[in-house]
Design a protein around this ligand. Sequence first.
Ligand code: SF4
Ligand code: SF4
Length: 245
Amino acid sequence: MVSEAHLPEYVTRLDSRETFTFACHSGVRCFTDCCRMLELALTPYDVLRLRKATGLTSRELLEHYIITEQDPGEPFPRFYLTMVDDGRASCVFVSPEGCTVYPHRPSACRAYPLGRAAVRTGNGTILEHFVIMKETHCRGFLEATQQTPLQYSIDQELTVYNTFNDAVVQILQHDAIRQGLIPARKDIELFTLALYDLDTFRQMLMEDKVELTILSQPEKNRLQEDEELLLFAIELLKRQLFGIF
Ligand code: SF4
Ligand code: SF4
């Protein structure tokens, strides 16, 4: 866990039962100001939902709307939503009326100004920690609504996102990764394919082109469901990377 001393001045820790005062709506003077100059990291479930919002395939999203980066020594690549070159580095999905993908907006957008860190313990359970980011431009803190992190998460429909994101944390924070395992190139390619390019992954599974598994027809039918496919991808990756299923 990050100690209080290492947090920026505008970030404070929040207990899950503590209340904070905040509301965001189209009437605030700063409406959409926070949709610019972002390093907006995307989870696999975020991409699954953006596919639904845009009607684009996962491959099209990866090619046109997502920047992939992997720093030397990092076990896995990171995936960021593109900002456009409009002088304000605006999110590719922001408009004067607000977020054009609002019902399917990414986890980080739903959570803001709350930050949630999911930490995998030794026995695989997930502990959550919250911070509140009180940035000076955000007028939402002048509103009267009070809520706890849990209430806010429910209001923002974050709970379902957390379920899928925490399943991926089982990979990102696995003991082997914490102990310094750097996956082989082919496993990193599988990570990108299975988690972030679901349409291509599904097509390859249907055509029996994923060497690691051959599926029965009922299993193939089940994996037509996006959420089932993502959970299957997570389990397949765990087996490939760590030998568990
Ligand atoms: S996805 Fe929507 S809410 Fe998130 S930064 Fe872009 S416009 Fe804003
Ligand atoms: S800066 Fe704060 S209040 Fe303004 S739109 Fe963003 S979240 Fe809402």
